[in-house]
Design a protein around this ligand. Structure first.
Ligand code: IPE
Ligand code: IPE
Ligand code: MG
Length: 232
């Protein structure tokens, strides 16, 4: 896939990987099995996004509000993230994927922080796609941390400077936000960056989401008329 009626593939796609729990429940399985299957979908979509020519893929992995869940589910998710990052460096290396992180490292267990820092350092030179893992991420939290960086750096308060103090100022704003599982809300994701993103909501549960679903979301995006407040 490249262009459709002259509209290029989005440079940055951000995905709410939602519906793991419902996927498991529908099969009479514990919610944790949905997360295990959701991880497989995430790997599949990283490769699909790269193959489609997407340059940046942000994956909403764990929100600042997800700590409210049962302790058992939270620790399973933390374990899954840690094991994935330590065991699958080869997946990122061999596919030339650069991994970066968005979110509040301060609120994460030390062992997870170390795994994140290590995969980020080990993949820094890769250039096929940048995968931005949003772990302990909240849009409001990111904006508050951006304000504190702004004041540390003694910068004047304006949109440009605040934007430069976000977690990844070098990553362009997402062109397309995709949310799976039928929910239609922002749940504190990329609040600053999504001001002019196109939104696509699909009913598929995240573990069932595949390359063709991503391609369909992109086709829907390519049919939109982005005006950014102006007129054509
Ligand atoms: C998304 O799936 C994964 C995380 C939020 C970590 P959910 O766990 O939210 O699944 P549902 O929405 O309950 O089905
Ligand atoms: C958003 O999904 C967070 C992730 C996908 C990681 P949630 O399932 O946590 O969102 P709500 O609670 O339905 O708004
Ligand atoms: Mg959910």
């Amino acid at each position: 896939m490249s262009q459709s009626d002259g509209v290029p593939v989005p440079s940055h796609v951000a995905i709410f990987m939602d519906g793991n729990g419902r996927w498991a429940k529908a099969r009479g399985l514990p919610r944790t099995e949905g997360h295990r299957e959701g991880l497989k979908a995430a790997k599949r979509i990283v490769l699909a996004a790269r193959n489609l020519g997407i340059k940046y893929l942000t994956l909403y992995t764990f929100s600042t509000e997800n700590w409210k869940r049962a302790e058992e589910e939270v620790s399973f998710l933390m374990g899954l993230i840690k094991t994935h990052l330590s065991a699958e460096l080869d997946f990122y290396r061999s596919n030339k994927v650069r991994v970066v992180h968005s979110g509040d490292l301060g609120g994460l267990p030390k062992d997870i922080v170390e795994e994140i820092q290590s995969v980020v350092a080990d993949t820094a030179q890769n250039d096929s796609i940048t995968v931005n893992l949003a772990i302990n991420y909240g849009g409001r939290n990111e904006i508050v941390r951006a304000f504190s960086r702004l004041s540390e750096r003694g910068l004047a308060l304006d949109e440009k400077n605040l934007g430069l103090c976000l977690d990844h100022p070098e990553i362009p704003d997402p062109d397309l936000l995709v949310r799976t599982s039928g929910e239609k809300r922002l749940s504190n994701f990329l609040l600053w960056q999504s001001s002019y993103s196109e939104l696509v909501f699909v009913s598929t549960l995240w573990p069932d989401f595949g390359e063709e679903d991503l391609a369909m979301a992109i086709r829907e995006y390519q049919g939109r008329d982005r005006r950014f407040g102006g007129l054509r």
